[in-house]
Design a protein around this ligand. Structure first.
Ligand code: ADP
Ligand code: MG
Length: 351
């Protein structure tokens, strides 16, 4: 192996239009001031930097941070005290309500994507070194052996009692959906606490609660996978905008670039002509899982999958710099003035 990169995820998406400058004159009413000025906080969790912007009080920010830490401590695949770690090391166990809820819905997505998403991929991800940073290219025989233990349909799971059973050699990894699920959980928590406007950037997973306080949409920049700046801006409210990109976590060996998304059929690091997949929809969990899955599928299958679905829109960026957006985004997507490496935009229609 020659060179190793691990890009910080902090800049996975640039946010624009939030953090507007304070008004010249403070309104006289303290409560109004609290609503006009967001509280902001940063949490380091799930191996990434999370920025929270909440139009609410400090107690709501603290509750959100606590919830994120709580979910991380259950879902981490590397933390020896987590539930997922315990299940992987004991071949099963009884899950808490959170982890059971996430696993149940993740398994549904694995089925819906025909196994492009497979939460039992962990032994292969680990062999590539993506969870530890000790990157290497596993040999074909090694991959074949590990793939014998990869098949989400072999995860025994009882939704009622939270009992999970793994076959010998099998391990699960909820890393492809954990941040999206966490975003959904934080948004419900904030909503229950009366917050009507907030923006969460969980390491490039952006989730919006409501619109900006003035009623205008959040402006969310999709990162340019080829360089600095962004590939476009989306105007959204109450939605998740979640990107999986080859540039997020990768390494180079012998002149080849290997990305952290794995094709569950071959065990190979995915390389199919796509460099980034952004999913826009109501559910953070679904968007997160589908961003990984459509990345595995490649352009044609991803478009076909979108045509058959009604719960998301997508932006697909190909190696040559072409940007494909699905028709539901046409009115809310705009290109930056200039961005290196990017070609034109093609709108994909349902028929
Ligand atoms: P990120 O977590 O960087 O935002 P993703 O949501 O796309 O990116 O999740 C990628 C992570 O999911 C990988 O680091 C790996 O742990 C896991 N993973 C990789 N390939 C798959 C796959 N085909 N199915 C399920 N999980 C995967
Ligand atoms: Mg994902």
């Amino acid at each position: 192996m020659k060179r190793v990169f691990a890009l910080p995820l902090l800049l996975a998406l640039l946010l624009t239009g939030c953090g507007s400058p304070p008004p010249a004159e403070q309104p006289p009413d303290a409560q109004q001031t609290a609503a006009a000025q967001p509280v902001t906080g940063t949490v380091f969790a799930m191996d990434t930097v999370m920025d929270l912007t909440i139009y609410g009080g400090e107690e709501q920010l603290a509750a959100a941070q606590t919830r994120i830490k709580e979910l991380e401590s259950k879902l981490s695949v590397t933390d020896e005290n987590s539930e997922v770690y315990a299940v992987n090391h004991n071949g099963g166990g009884t899950l808490s309500a959170d982890t059971a809820d996430l696993l149940g819905r993740a398994l549904e997505l694995c089925g819906r994507t025909g196994g492009a998403l497979d939460v039992s991929i962990y032994p292969v991800v680990r062999a590539w070194g993506f969870t530890t940073g000790e990157y290497r290219v596993p040999g074909e025989e090694e991959l074949e052996e590990l793939l014998a233990h990869v098949d989400y349909t072999q995860i025994g799971f009882g939704e009622e009692d939270g009992q999970v059973t793994l076959a010998p050699g099998m391990e699960m990894d909820l890393g492809s959906v954990a941040k999206g699920y966490t975003g959904d959980q934080v948004i419900s928590l904030l909503r229950e606490g009366g917050v009507t406007s907030a923006l969460l950037n969980l390491g490039g997973n952006v989730q919006a609660l409501g619109s900006k306080p003035d009623g205008s949409p959040w402006r969310i920049a999709v990162r340019n996978p080829f360089g600095d700046g962004y590939a476009g801006i989306l105007e959204v409210d109450d939605q998740a905008v979640i990107t999986s990109g080859g540039y997020e976590r990768y390494f180079e060996a012998d002149g080849q670039t290997y990305w952290h998304i794995i094709d569950p059929v071959t065990g190979a690091s995915v390389r199919n002509g796509l460099v980034s997949v952004t999913i826009v929809g109501d559910s953070g969990l679904v968007c997160d899982g589908l961003s990984t899955a459509l990345f595995v599928m490649g352009l044609e299958d991803a478009v076909e999958f979108w045509r058959a679905a009604d719960d998301f829109e997508t932006i697909l960026i190909a190696e040559g710099g072409q940007i494909y957006i699905t028709e539901g985004l046409e009115a809310v997507f705009s290109l930056p003035d200039q961005a290196s490496g990017l070609e034109g935009v093609t709108v994909i229609r349902r028929d």
